[in-house]
Structure formats: C-alpha cells, structure tokens
Design a protein around this ligand. Structure first.
Ligand code: ATP
Length: 780
C-alpha cells in the first residue's frame, strides 16, 4: 500500500513532469524528443519507453503499474495473493529504480534545460532590445519618410505646376520655333528659287552678253560698211550735185531756148496768120482781081501793085521760110542736146535713185540693227536690273535667314534667361584611330523638326535613350561652328554679365580640345583663344563709342582638392618652381555680398591684347597637371579655371560695366576599373571623381530646389557658387565620345547633362555702376 501510495503520489510530478520537461527540452532544443504519453498512446516504444535494470518499461507498463492494484482471483488464496504482491512489489521496486534513474536523468536534463532557458531568455532579451531599437529607428524613419512624403508631394505638386508651365512655354516655344522654321523654310525656298533664277539669269546674261558681243561685232562691221557707203554716197552726191548743176544749167539753157522758140513760134504764128491773112487778102485780091479783071485797067494797075506786093510778100515768105528753116535746125540741135542732157540727167538721177535706195536700205538696216542693239541693250539693262533685284532679294533673303536665326537664338536665350536655366550644349568628338569600332555606332541624331540639331540618341545594352539639349554638335562640327554658337554669350561679358562656360565629360571625350584646341593648329583653336580674340576685337571697335576697357586675367587649377596658381606671380622670376612659389600661399576662396569671388594670393595679370593672353595660356598649359592614363595620352588631372575680369567705362555716357568670363576645363570623370590607375594616379582619380560627384550633388539640389545646396563640399563647387547658384549666364558643354566601349560613361554624362539642363539658377544680372574697391582680387 505504501508503495502504491508513493507511486500514486509521484505520478503527476513524476511521469507527466518528466514528460513536460522533456517536451520543454525538446522545444528549447528545437528537436522532436519525447511526447506526452497521454497525447499519443501509440507512439513507438523506443520513443516513449526507457530501460531500467535490464527491464524495459513501456508507458503502458508504467501506467498499468501505477493505476492497477494487484488482484487475486480468490481473495482467500493468500499464497497467490502473496505471490502477486511480491511480484507487484518487485515490479514496483524496479519501477522505483527506473524512476530514480529517470529522475537523475531528468535532473541533468533540467539543469541543461535551465541553462538553455537562460541563454534563450538572454537571447530573447537581446532580441527584444534589438527589436525595440529597430522599432524606434523605424518609427523615426517612418516619421521622416512621412515628412519627406509630404514635402515630396508638395514638391511634386509644385514641379507638376512648373512642368505644366514649362510644357506650355515649351509648346509656345515649339510653335514659335515651328513658325520661324516655316518662315526659314519659305525663305530658304525663296532663296533657292532666287538662286535658281539668279543662275538662269546669269546664264541668260551670259547668252545675252555673248549675243551683245556678236551684235557689237556685227554693228562694228555694219558701221564700217556704213562708212564705206557714206564715202560712196558722198562721192555720188558730189557727182549728183555736179550733175544737178549741169542739169540746172542745161535746163536754164533749155528754158531760154524754149522762150526763144516760143517767141519764134509766136512770130511764126503771127507770120503765118499774117500769111494766112495775106493769102486771104491774096484770095480776096485774086477775087478782087477776078472781079476787077473786068475792070482791067484798073485792075492791071492794081494787079501790078498787087504783084509787087505779092513779090514783096513772097520774098518775105521766103525770108520767113529761110528763117523758119534755120530756127528748126537750131531747135533740133538744141532739142537733141537737151534730150542728151535729159537722158544723162535721167541716167544720173536713176543712178542717184539707185544709190539713194541703197543708202536708204543700208540706213534702214542700220536703223534695224540700232533698234535691235537698243532693244538688246534695254533687255540687258532689264536683265541686269532683274539680276540686281534678284541679288537684292537674295541678300535680303539671306539677311532674313541670318536675322531669323539671330532672332530665334535671341528668343531662345531670352526664354532661357527668363527661366534662369543653365544652357547645355552637347559635343560629340569624332572617332579616333585608337577607338574601338567593334560594336558599330551607338550615337545617332534625330532629324525630326523639333529635335534636329538639338537631339541625341544613345544605344546602350540594346535600349535607346533620347536626350535633348540646347544644341548638339555632331563630330563634323568644327571649332568655328562651336564658337559661333557661344560668341553672343562671350559678348555679354563685355556688356557686364558674369559668364561661365565649362566642359564636362568622360576622360578623353574632347573637353580640352573644345576649350583650348589643338596647339599649333590655327583652325583648331579652342573656345578660350577664340573668345579672347573676339573680346579684344570688340573692345577695339567699341572705342569709337567711347568705351574703354581694362582686363585682368587669372588662371588656377584645382588638383587633389588643392588650388594652384598657374600664372607666375613675378614675370621676371618665372623659373621659380611652382610648388616653391605657391607653398606659402593660402588661396582661400571668399565670396563677397555682390556675388564676386576672391581667391587670396592668386596672381592677377593686366592684359591688353589677345597675344598677351595667349602667352599666359601657354604658360598655364605647361604648368597644368597632366598625365597619361589608359583612356587618354594627355589627360588633364585637374580642373582648370580661366578667369577674365572686364571693367568697362564709357566717358561720354559715364556708364560703367563689370563683366566676368570664366572658362573651365574640368578634369575627366573616369571609372577606376577602366582607368587602370594606381598610386598617385589613383589618388588623383579619386579626388577628381569626388569633386565631380560634389558638382553632381549641387546640380541635384538645384534641380530639386532644395533649401540647402552643398556648394561647400568641394573647392570646385565653392569656387563656382556664384555661377551655379547666382545671377550668371552659365553654359555647360557635355563632351561625349562616340566609342562604343564608352557607352556607359557617355550615358552617365548625358544623364548628368539632362539634370543640369533642368536646373534653374536664377536670372542673369548685369553688373553696372561703381567699380569694386579692389577688382584685382576678384575672379568672378
Ligand atoms: N572635335 C574633335 N576633333 C578632333 N579631335 C578631337 C576632338 N575632340 C577631341 N579630339 C581628340 O581626342 C583626344 C582626347 O581629347 P581631349 O584631350 O580634349 O579629351 P579630354 O576630355 O580633355 O580628356 P581628359 O579629361 O583626360 O583631359 C585628343 O587627341 C584630341 O585631339
């Protein structure tokens, strides 16, 4: 009974307790140890059971032992009951032994489990602490993110509004551009037509000139012929005059003869009349005689008288007849002579007529020739006038085109100035012999109306990325083409603006070529020498308007975050080594309230001509830190800053202007893996990449209109602060290599440039009025 009670009493804390401990142990250890015997009575014996003194007990055995009392079939059979009891006691003893062993094992297990529990609790505590910290952090992050979200939403709304406004203005600009392009196209058409007309007019003019020459030759021959005809005519007219005179004399003679003849004829008529009278009288007399015959006496006397009268009359008639016969002969000779003369005169008249006809026809021909010559001359004059008109129209059209282009640029500039944007030009250099040509072209230039000359597409990993800038120069663009586009900007430095032009891009992409050019090749001079030439030329031409300018130059480089002066402080002491010269100097950058930047101890040189500046540029180029990298034979390892300060005074208008021209050749960005830099080169590359990434951060902050712009993160950005965040006219060249192996870098550069293009830095302001107290210390 005692044993039974003991076993019974130990049951809950015994088997179940051990089972629970085992369960806990298995949970802590993550294993699948013992299970609650009551939960799964069919568990395998090896899992639930244990060994005790060589006797194996199953759970069922133990449970049977604990729950069953020994029962005898016959309660009076004491022997059987004793045997049963002893058997039961034996089994109980074995069971107790098993329990003890199990308890010992369980105690061990318990201590192990306690240790595990302790460590688990410690871990739990740590985890809880950690999770609390994390929770705290996450809460902070969530709060910050919420704030950021709110400000981002605000900014988004603002940017959306601005974007809409920008889209509006872009649409307007596009429209304006389209109309100006249409006008340009129509003007170009006109121009082409005018040129065609001009060339056809030139051809016609040449043909007319040719014809005119031939006509002139013909005219000359006609004039010669005319001269000979005139000579002939003169001699003929002299002959004719002579003949006329002779004819007149003959006619006079003839008329005299005719008068004479008439008078003789009249006499003859009167004589004939008198003869007839006489005959009549004779007849009357004869009739009278016949009448008087009767009266013979009387009649004979009368007859004699009459006879005498008849004889006298006969004599007279004879005389008359004689006379009349002689006159007729004379008249005949005279008539013959007159006829001859008339015939001669007639022949001469005919000759004269013929000559006159010839002369008239010749004159008519001459007149016709003169007329055609005059017509031709008039036509030539008309054509010349037409040519002049066409040329005027052509020059007008050309002028219109130039003016249109100027206006477009001006409008574009004005829009940009109103927006306060940084302008971005992209320049792609030509493929060099050392470039790889394996993967074909990665860059292309869209030809659509709105993107022509401004768009660039880059193919990277099979994907096309499109960008648009203020201008895109293809590899064919010459240094002159590039300079033409920035000359107006350079000009505005003389008008009192702060101007900043800088070149950004991967190493070897053509920044130094763009800014400085190729030394020794006049055609390939870069923007810096060309800008200076233009400034000094304009300075000369503005003299007539009363302007006089003073100019000062300074040049520095930022190498490994250190400023170096590139000009000799003492011209006579040029051989002094640069390090020795600049070691003691501080070159601290300061900005005054007027937005001018001062670099202490920096050498500033007065310059009067572009030659002087070229000399200084050469000096600086030799002093600049240059090295060889895997990407570029002559790689610029520093940022080069050229500053020209311009002070202008107009004595007649008492105006004063102060302009600054900053021209900057940045060091090239490069990937450390690709550049293959080690040692000092590696340090340089890291410094370059750091300052360029600071520049990128500045643009990022500007583009997002953040309150804080990290200008102070690098010397470069701090030096450029007035140009990037102030009132300067700023232009960035993004130089790109067409090499297919540089596609990644080119895409990065173009992305950076697109971000810069979106930046608004403020509206440019002209600096006029009183001069700074010491302009020599100011660089921009
Ligand atoms: N537009 C171009 N026409 C002809 N050659 C060019 C042009 N641009 C660049 N090059 C040539 O490409 C080479 C690299 O150009 P450059 O030295 O100007 O590159 P960079 O960007 O200044 O490089 P880094 O950053 O390493 O100084 C030079 O040999 C240069 O003459």
């Amino acid at each position: 009974m005692v044993g039974t009670a003991m076993v019974k009493g130990s049951h809950p804390a015994g088997v179940n307790g051990v089972v629970k401990l085992r369960q806990a142990f298995s949970v802590v250890n993550g294993g699948g140890g013992a299970q609650d015997p009551s939960s799964n009575g069919s568990a395998p014996a090896s899992n639930a059971g244990s060994e005790c003194g060589g006797v194996e007990f199953s759970r069922e055995d133990v449970a049977g032992l604990l729950n069953e009392k020994p029962k005898a079939k016959n309660k009076f059979n004491y022997k059987e009951r004793c045997e049963n009891m002893s058997d039961y006691v034996k089994r109980l003893r074995q069971c107790v032994k098993w329990f003890q062993e199990v308890e010992a094992g369980y105690a061990q297990e318990q201590s192990r489990l306690r240790l595990a529990l302790d460590s688990a609790e410690r871990r739990l505590e740590e985890i809880e602490l950690c999770s609390k910290n994390k929770e705290e952090e996450l809460r902070c992050v969530i709060v910050e993110l919420r704030k950021n979200l709110a400000s981002a939403q605000e900014k988004l709304a603002r940017e959306e509004a601005e974007r809409l406004a920008a889209v509006d203005s872009l649409v307007k600009e596009k429209e304006a551009r389209l109309t100006s392009e249409k006008a340009l196209a129509s003007v170009s058409e006109d121009l082409a037509k005018a040129q065609q007309e001009l060339s056809s007019s030139n051809q016609r003019l040449a043909a007319v000139n040719d014809m005119y020459k031939r006509l002139q030759e013909y005219n000359t021959s006609l004039q010669e012929y005319n001269c000979s005809l005139q000579l002939d005519l003169n001699t003929t007219s002299e002959n004719s005059k002579r003949c006329e005179k002779e004819k007149a004399a003959v006619m006079e003679e003839l008329s005299g003869v005719r008068v004479h003849y008439n008078s003789i004829h009249e006499q003859f008529t009167t004589l004939k009349a008198s003869h007839d009278e006489a005959l009549k009288q004779k007849e009357a007399l004869a009739s009278e005689a016949a009448c008087l015959r009767g009266d013979l006496h009387q009649v004979r006397d009368e007859r004699d008288r009459h006879r005498g009268q008849a004889e006298v009359l006969t004599e007279e008639v004879t005389k008359y007849k004689e006379y009349t016969g002689r006159s007729a002969a004379e008249l005949g000779t005279l008539t013959i002579k007159s006829n001859e003369l008339e015939a001669k005169c007639l022949s001469q008249s005919e000759e004269i007529k013929e000559l006159l006809e010839k002369l008239t026809s010749a004159e008519r021909k001459l007149e016709a020739c003169d007329l055609s010559a005059v017509e031709l001359r008039a036509e030539t004059v008309e054509q010349k006038e037409l040519i002049v008109q066409l040329q005027t129209r052509l020059s007008e059209a050309e002028f219109k085109v130039v003016e249109g282009e100027k206006l477009r640029k001006k409008l574009h500039n004005t829009i940009l100035e109103l927006k306060g944007n940084i302008r971005v030009f992209c320049r792609v250099r030509p493929l060099l012999p050392e470039d790889s040509r394996s993967e074909g072209k990665i860059l292309s230039y869209p030809t659509s109306l709105d993107a022509q000359g401004r768009g660039i597409d880059i193919l990277q990993n099979g994907q096309k990325h499109s960008f648009q800038f203020d201008k895109v120069f293809t590899p064919e663009a010459s240094q002159e083409d590039v300079f033409v586009e920035i000359s107006q900007l350079v000009q505005s430095a003389l008008d009192g603006y702060k101007v900043c032009i800088f070149a950004y891009g991967q190493t070897g992409s053509g920044k130094t070529y763009t800014m400085m050019g190729r030394p020794g090749y006049a055609d390939e001079k870069g923007l810096i020498p060309r800008s200076l030439e233009q400034i000094f030329q304009t300075k000369q031409s503005l003299k007539s308007q009363g302007w006089s300018y003073e100019m000062q130059v300074s040049m520095l480089e930022i190498y490994n975050e250190t400023i170096r002066d590139l000009l000799p402080s003492n011209r006579s002491n040029q051989d002094l080594s640069r390090t020795e010269n600049s070691a003691s100097k501080q070159y601290a950058i300061k900005h005054d309230p007027n937005g001018n930047t001062h670099v202490s101890d920096l050498t500033i040189v007065d310059v009067r001509s572009s030659k002087e500046v070229s000399y200084l540029l050469n000096h600086a180029a030799h002093s600049r830190s240059v090295g060889k990298t895997q990407m570029n034979e002559q790689s610029s390892r520093s940022h080069f800053v050229f500053t020209l300060r311009i002070s202008g005074v107009n004595e007649s208008t008492e105006q004063q202007v102060q302009g600054v021209l900053n021209l900057i050749d940045l060091a090239g960005s490069e990937r450390l893996s690709k550049s293959g830099s080690t040692g000092d080169r590696l340090k340089e590359t890291q410094a370059i990449n750091k300052s360029l990434s600071s520049l990128s951060d500045v643009f990022f902050a500007l583009a997002k209109k953040e309150d804080h712009v990290p200008f102070r993160n690098s010397k470069l950005t701090y030096l450029l602060q007035p140009c990037l965040g102030g009132d300067a006219k700023t232009l960035m060249f993004v130089n790109v290599s067409p090499d297919s192996t540089s596609g990644g870098e080119s895409l990065c550069s173009l992305r950076f440039a697109a971000r810069v293009n979106a930046c608004e830095i403020g509206v440019p302001r002209r600096q006029t009025g009183a001069r700074a107290p010491d302009p020599r210390l100011s660089i921009g």
